[in-house]
Design a protein around this ligand. Structure first.
Ligand SMILES: Cc1cc2nc3c(=O)[nH]c(=O)nc-3n(C[C@H](O)[C@H](O)[C@H](O)COP(=O)(O)OP(=O)(O)OC[C@H]3O[C@@H](n4cnc5c(N)ncnc54)[C@H](O)[C@@H]3O)c2cc1C
Ligand code: SF4
Length: 480
């Protein structure tokens, strides 16, 4: 292996559809690396001995090791290794903010261009699956055990994956008609095509995972019944209480919450769970009439917030044909919580950013909506790691819009039955879990484990996977 290959070959990113082309459909915007590019890019890894990339990955993927295998053309071995630590590598390769995680920590990032880890991760799984590879099934099956998993988001899927790999039967319940949680009903198709999640569903089912969908625990089935019939239970319910930033929102106005908007659009394109399930990803966006949120075509739309959810709303509204999309955020570009890559994509697609601006009020007028805004400046506060926005009195302005979408993030929404079943939460509603190595993620009710956003607060796909995997290890120790 040539350790100096990175001097001869620069970092390459996959081709990206032009902004003009991609705003006309919901397809993923990045193409895939071919074998030649993957081998070339993987060969740039200098195997530096201190793999910061690996340690910066929440699931501690064996990155240098699978890069080495790809450099040698060993695709199946690389897929097996990638699958060892991560239940959804083909999804992480697409949606992880690599610039803040593995690639941000890559030694070559200081001047030479980080190794394209995310795209190689995606190439490994996609190619191995296309060649017919499937993760190995467990040769033993503990028929006397059953783990019930509530929530088919990445946390629940990872728990299900790692438990069935050890031969432990699982049933995964979800209130939605399709698996994936926010992978399906949140993250738009242009970042993660839904076929990728559906392919993973088939793989998990083949591995022995049983999905019970359209079933809300606490409503369709009582939690006590699930608990009584299981050796252990894993909760991965996510966090869904949308924040409004103290804005007084009048019912019936064209002000929508981010997830309400995104789920409405995803459903109106794909009709998951209905007879009209639409598998044609090029289907034109005619379907808006069927959704409950009116079309934003030819409308002036304002999105509030600076995170990835806000970017997803902006870019969905652009694809829907909005006349203008403005994104208002109370900090500046350097201090957004969103991924740089996603903000740049949004700018290319025509989103206008208004930084350092906070909305004080939204009210209806004869023409539509008016937003009372005020400028902010960022100040360091004694007890905060982040720069805090301070309002500039006298800088108030009025901005008119036809529709407003609020993407201020989410708080936990613990169901009532948690308390009734001795599962404690902190004051903000996050489930309290053990941090001890021997029983990590066990709740106050010893039979119940929890992970993902409902424990951490809104976070990332890869951290939810990590917690699903960790809980599976604790559950195995508990039931075996
Ligand atoms: C719009 C948006 C875009 C995002 N983009 C990214 C991104 O690009 N990259 C990234 O890493 N992260 C992203 N995230 C964050 C990421 O999606 C979440 O951190 C992750 O999905 C959390 O996984 P989870 O399994 O904890 O919960 P979820 O994915 O929320 O899944 C929870 C599941 O539990 C089910 N459920 C809840 N209550 C019940 C019940 N009582 N009975 C049955 N089922 C129930 C829900 O239906 C849901 O399917 C994004 C989030 C949003 C909102
Ligand atoms: S899972 Fe995410 S952080 Fe880890 S190697 Fe893959 S892309 Fe990087």
């Amino acid at each position: 292996m040539d350790n100096y290959h990175f001097l001869n070959s620069t970092r390459k990113d996959p081709l990206k559809a032009s902004a003009e082309e991609r705003i006309n459909n919901f397809n993923e915007i990045y193409s895939n690396f071919n074998t030649e590019t993957s081998v070339d890019q993987a060969s740039r890894c200098i195997d530096c001995g201190v793999p910061y990339c690996k340690w910066s990955c929440p699931v501690v993927n064996h990155i240098p090791e699978w890069l080495k295998l790809i450099a040698k053309g060993e695709i199946i071995k690389a897929a097996e290794l990638s699958n060892e630590t991560n239940s959804l590598p083909e999804i992480c390769g697409r949606v992880c903010p690599q610039d803040r995680l593995c690639e941000g920590a890559c030694t070559l990032n200081s001047g030479y261009g980080a190794v394209s880890i995310g795209n190689i991760e995606k190439y490994i799984s996609d190619t191995a699956f296309a060649q017919g590879w499937q993760p190995k099934k467990s040769s033993i099956w503990h028929k006397d055990k059953l783990v019930s998993i509530i929530g088919a988001g990445p946390a629940g899927l990872a728990a299900a994956d790692f438990l069935t790999r050890s031969g432990i039967p699982v049933k995964v319940y979800d209130k939605y008609p399709e698996i994936g949680g926010l992978l399906t009903y949140g993250i738009p198709n242009f970042k993660l095509e839904k076929d990728i999640v559906l392919r993973r569903r088939k793989i998990l089912e083949n591995q022995g995972v049983e999905f019970i969908l359209n079933t809300e625990i606490g409503n369709t089935i009582d939690f006590k019944e699930i608990e009584a019939n299981s050796s252990a239970v894993f909760l991965g319910l996510g966090t869904y209480k949308a924040l409004t930033g103290s804005l007084n929102i009048k019912q019936g106005t064209a002000v929508y919450m981010a997830l309400e908007y995104l789920i409405d659009r995803i459903n109106s394109i794909f009709h998951f769970g209905s007879a009209a399930h639409n598998e044609d990803k090029n289907a034109e966006i005619e379907i808006w009439q069927q959704s409950s949120i009116p079309s934003l075509k030819n409308k002036d739309v304002v999105i509030l917030g600076g995170g990835d959810t806000a970017m997803d709303c902006c870019r969905t509204a652009i694809r829907e044909g909005a006349k203008s999309v403005k994104c208002l955020y109370r900090r500046d570009f350097q201090n957004t919580p969103g991924s740089r890559r996603e903000i740049e994509n949004a700018i290319e697609e025509g989103v206008e950013f208004i930084w350092n601006t906070q909305v004080l009020d939204i009210y209806e007028n004869n023409q539509g909506l008016s937003l009372k805004t005020v400028e902010t400046e960022l100040k360091k506060e004694f007890n905060s790691k982040r720069l805090m926005p301070v309002l500039k009195i006298g800088s108030e302005k009025i901005l008119n819009a036809d529709a407003v979408i609020i993407a201020y993030g989410f708080n936990p929404n613990p169901p009532q039955w948690l308390k009734e079943n001795f599962i404690e939460t902190d004051d903000s509603g996050r489930v309290l879990v053990s941090k001890k190595a021997e029983n990590r993620l066990q709740t106050n009710n010893p039979k119940v484990f929890a992970g993902g956003d409902m424990v951490r607060g809104s976070d990332l796909v890869v951290t939810a996977i990590f917690e699903g995997r960790t809980a599976a290890e604790s559950i195995k120790r508990y039931i075996m």
